[in-house]
Design a protein around this ligand. Structure first.
Ligand code: BGC
Ligand code: ZN
Ligand code: ZN
Length: 355
């Protein structure tokens, strides 16, 4: 079958015919989303990227929608499904309980990333437990459910961590809690929407002015925008989520924005630089009960929550959701496919490959 392959740690991607041995229910892939991780792998910069055992290539792709071609116990043939991208080690207590996002051995696999073929191919055979049904009314934007699942998990984790104090406000909501999200890419926008949905007061930041589409999205969702190259600022937040994945200086900026008991969630993979904190800074982290948490990967409950939020948002935020998909390219147009796999389109929220 036709597939998009990579050969980590080498750079470059190919569209080629491959043979893969797999068992399970047949799913015909209809589309893939491209994310920053895919582009890192294609550039040969993602250190975790590894080929599956007994193969000398890796099929790329961890965001996919497909049509189920077999009946399963719970799902009918013809149902549109999204496969879950991380699979557990089958050894540790978290993986055995469906929480491979907290795998303890590190022996989990990730489709299209680490030791498991991804979903950028004509079809996959999979265990139905890893297939999440897509509500038909969000068919056009459902590809967002995979990145959103990572964020559903992240917010749940933040609320758990902050459960160490009285974090709800006097009115029992999160309305008095000010959150800052650094980065206005796919992740920055989705996590800001989710924080808003949970009732937080949300600001979103970049080092440049927003584009017209971004401005309208921020207005529709009710996000305040901060240009951090102008306002280095003394504004303080109850939590900062780093979603830009740029250089380490963002993390220093974020730490300085935190109120006492603040939460710093690191979602983006920092691309360069080092973080240097003085003894005074370190003492202040302790004295002020700051928590810093790495946020990664969502599992089945988070995929289901993501589908539900997309259903809600499609009605609640029509402008924003209708701008989720920036561009779709067909797999037959190989040149454009390879081009969008290497380069982010300016102003991109999500680019899709159609099969
Ligand atoms: C995926 C996550 C995954 C992470 C690390 C992200 O692009 O969305 O689910 O855990 O990459 O490989
Ligand atoms: Zn991703
Ligand atoms: Zn595990």
């Amino acid at each position: 079958m036709k597939a998009i392959t990579v050969r980590p740690p080498g750079a470059g991607a190919r569209v080629e015919d491959v043979e893969i041995e797999e068992r399970g229910m047949k799913v015909r892939i209809i589309e893939n989303g491209i994310c920053g991780t895919d582009r890192e792998i294609v550039k040969g910069l993602m250190s975790a990227a590894t080929v599956p055992e007994n193969y000398d290539f890796l099929v790329l792709g961890h965001e996919a929608l497909g049509i189920l071609e077999d009946d399963t116990d719970n799902l009918k043939r013809g149902t549109i499904v999204m496969p879950i991208n991380r699979r557990g080690c089958n050894k540790c207590i978290n993986c055995l309980n469906g929480r491979a996002d907290f795998c303890e051995t590190g022996d989990f696999v990730e489709a299209g990333i680490k030791g498991m073929h991804g979903f950028m191919r004509e079809y996959i055979y999979d265990d139905p437990n890893y297939l999440v049904p897509v509500p038909p009314q969000i068919r056009d934007i459902a590809i967002m459910a995979q990145p959103l699942s990572d964020l559903e998990k992240s917010i749940a984790e933040m609320i758990d961590v902050q459960g160490r104090l009285h974090w709800r406000c006097m009115d029992a909501t999160y309305g008095c809690r000010k959150m800052l999200v650094t980065g206005t890419g796919t992740i920055g926008i989705l996590i800001s929407m989710l924080l808003k949905t949970y009732g937080f007061d949300v600001s979103i930041a970049n080092r440049r002015e927003p584009t017209d589409v971004e401005t309208r999205i921020f207005e529709e969702v009710g996000l305040k925008f901060v240009n951090t190259s102008v306002h280095r600022g003394d504004e303080k937040y109850d939590g900062v989520i780093e979603a830009s994945g740029s250089d380490a200086s963002v993390i220093e900026y974020a730490i300085r924005r935190l109120k006492n008991n603040g939460f710093l969630g690191l979602f983006g993979f920092t691309q360069s630089g080092t973080l240097s904190l003085s003894t005074v800074d370190l003492q202040s982290l302790v004295y002020r009960s700051i928590s810093i948490t790495g946020l990664i990967n969502g599992q089945k409950p988070h995929f289901e929550m993501a589908m539900n939020h997309l259903v809600q948002w499609k009605t609640q935020y029509p402008f924003t959701t209708s701008h989720f998909i920036t561009r779709s390219v067909n797999i037959s147009d190989q040149k454009s496919v390879l081009n969008v796999l290497e380069n982010r389109i300016p102003g991109e929220i999500k680019t899709k490959i159609l099969w």
